[in-house]
Write a protein that binds this ligand. Sequence first.
Ligand code: IPE
Ligand code: IPE
Ligand code: MG
Length: 245
Amino acid sequence: MGSNRGSKTELNPEAMPRHIAIIMDGNGRWAKKRGLSRSMGHREGSRILKKIVEECYNLGIRYLTVFAFSCENWSRPREEVDQLFKLMMEYLKNSEKELRGKPVRIRVIGDRSGLPEELVSEICRVEKNTEHIEGLDLIIAINYGGRQDILNACRTLLDDYKNGRISESGITLDSLSDRLWTAGIPDPDLLIRTSGEIRFSNFLLWQCAYCELYFTDTLWPDFRKKHLHDAIAHYQRRERRFGGL
Ligand code: IPE
Ligand code: IPE
Ligand code: MG
């Protein structure tokens, strides 16, 4: 109640985006500005994510997808990669306790084959424990790449075709969508990227075909409720045409 109180931005509760996607970028720069290690930036970023998840829930958003680790982030120093996985473990472990009373279902998208075993089992545990929950779906993209997602879906389609589960005429936009890691989740309505970079960096390429885009210079650890409201207000001012008039 009153989550919007004190904010200068007036949001129309009837026109909320159903699905928000966020590229949470700028943790390293945030830390550098303060003379801290990059991993401290990631830690702060993870703390902020919890607050934004809560606010999305308060605003009645149905789906929130966040980019936590891209397929290309493996090229970072091993130490940073390990730190990121450790933070994800902590996030998932604490999520149930911290989200108590908040109906948040957690799902993870991406290629699990390269991830540490203990992280994969923690993902499976949290997904299973929250799968019955209807409220906000928090979808965390870990070892995710938009191109990899499409390629993987094509391979599944080919396999289904070879095994007679699908005919040639069954290869459609919908049947490909149904084989993406995001199967069953509606496409994002609003994509937010923090830290001033104006690019997709291989996030949800197929799914964002008609998404509204919002870029802000704010670094992810500085991102507050107010910034989320600004992004939604921007979305609510857009006229979505989907190729029509
Ligand atoms: C985003 O912050 C988190 C991940 C990509 C895992 P960065 O680590 O990319 O921060 P910058 O872009 O270096 O500031
Ligand atoms: C995108 O940010 C990936 C995540 C936020 C997890 P990056 O920091 O990896 O993207 P680039 O390298 O600036 O394109
Ligand atoms: Mg970055």
